[in-house]
Design a protein around this ligand. Sequence first.
Ligand code: NDP
Length: 480
Amino acid sequence: MEKILNYINGELVEPTNGNYLDNYNPSNGEVYSLIPDSEKQDIDNAVAAAKEAFKSWSKTTKQERSEILMKLADSIDKYSEELIKAESKDNGKPETLAAHVDIPRASSNIRFFAGAILHDSSEMHEMDGIAINYTLRNPLGVAACISPWNLPLYLLTWKIAPALATGNTVVAKPSEVTPMTAYLLSKICIEAGFPKGVLNIVHGLGSKTGDPLTTHPDTPIVSFTGGTVTGKHIATVTAPMFKKLSLELGGKNPNIIFADADFDKAVSTAARAAFTNQGQICLCGSRIFVQEEIYEKFKIALVAKTSNLKVGDPKDISSDLGAVVSKGHMEKILSKIEQAKQLGGKILIGGKREIFEGELKDGYYLQPTIIEGLPFDCDINQEEIFGPVVTIIPFKTEQEVIEMANSTKYGLSASIFTENISKGHRVAANIDAGVVWINTWLLRDLRIPFGGMKQSGIGREGGFKSLQFFTEPKNVCVKI
Ligand code: NDP
């Protein structure tokens, strides 16, 4: 069986304790590879390699770093077919989704930051002929980059690219649930002649490798994407060390449909926002608020649209939804559906595990599920489920929907559907969310600052904000 290895100081190495964990294929429930069960010693080795490499990497010119990163992006494209298959096999998502979203976006993340570093500028403030103040921006050292399982290579590259472009070196820890694309990336780095120690990837459980990485005295900067509970823990353990910290956490995103919306567009986008990647995108619209006048009509149309979605083999190009990421996650989602029923929720469609015959019989498939009749402030409408399960809730007025939308502890994203542009802007301004879409979903210019409000995170990554996050500003004042 294939053994995934850690990537430390430019080499693929076994975990120091020699222990491995099983890696499951969610589409059939089989173990198909082994993952290093790394520990503190592996993290220490990776940080030491990254610290040593920082001495030379931080001295390279922006042009040199840009060229090396561009070459890496080209290599990702070269191996895109292998990466697409690996991403789907590790995560359960349809290969078509990995081919359209995850893998192309991984190389475009790297290209974006490789280009951005060449066009970055720093601030200058002139004091009426007395002095000029300018800001130097220097890399900090070794960046700890921790990423989740839902968009494994996409979110890993979103962090490592700006960290490396600005002259930091990196120790990355991908989710242990989906390690394969990060492992392939390390092989690609070796083939592309990526400088030793600049990027290191350590695989293993968050519980064993997370703390040693985030609390290591030589990782002054921590960029984390994952759940709010883990984010809270990282904030707690890193705060006394005054590390630079970015947290991109969970969401319970409202999708608000006004009566004057373009009906067909709102229905199809609501279905896409609910069920893409089996509902396992932090930006999924999991609470659908529909204005009373069109509630019944919208509900019927959304259920009809959902009934046309095909759950099936991730390898089959006609599958709209594949498997959810793990058995444990599937069971958690099913328990949330049970809880919704006990709270009085009515299942409009779905609600069960999808069982197939033959090869897929032990896969973790769930039916796309829509629930109505739950109060906006019940647990199901307040906590992230992170699966193909959404609720639909009627509302009367603009004010009422703003209050319901803002009632959760999260504030990641929101969508608003209306043909009244003033109303769209007005509601967008009043929703607690780091990203608000009007008449669309998941459309984003990589230059915008991205991140959440409230318990959806702190800091903003994306575009030049990421270049700022991964550098330390130093102000110099020169007397004229
Ligand atoms: P987790 O918080 O469980 O894990 C995220 C990463 O943190 C994993 O690599 C995990 O390792 C690691 N980790 C676990 N414990 C620690 C620790 N003590 N110290 C450091 N790292 C640790 O999230 P999931 O992987 O389950 O991802 C899903 C979550 O991510 C959802 O809540 C989703 O909303 C959120 N998310 C947010 C996004 C955003 O941009 N705001 C984007 C995408 C997802 P391991 O897996 O080995 O335990």
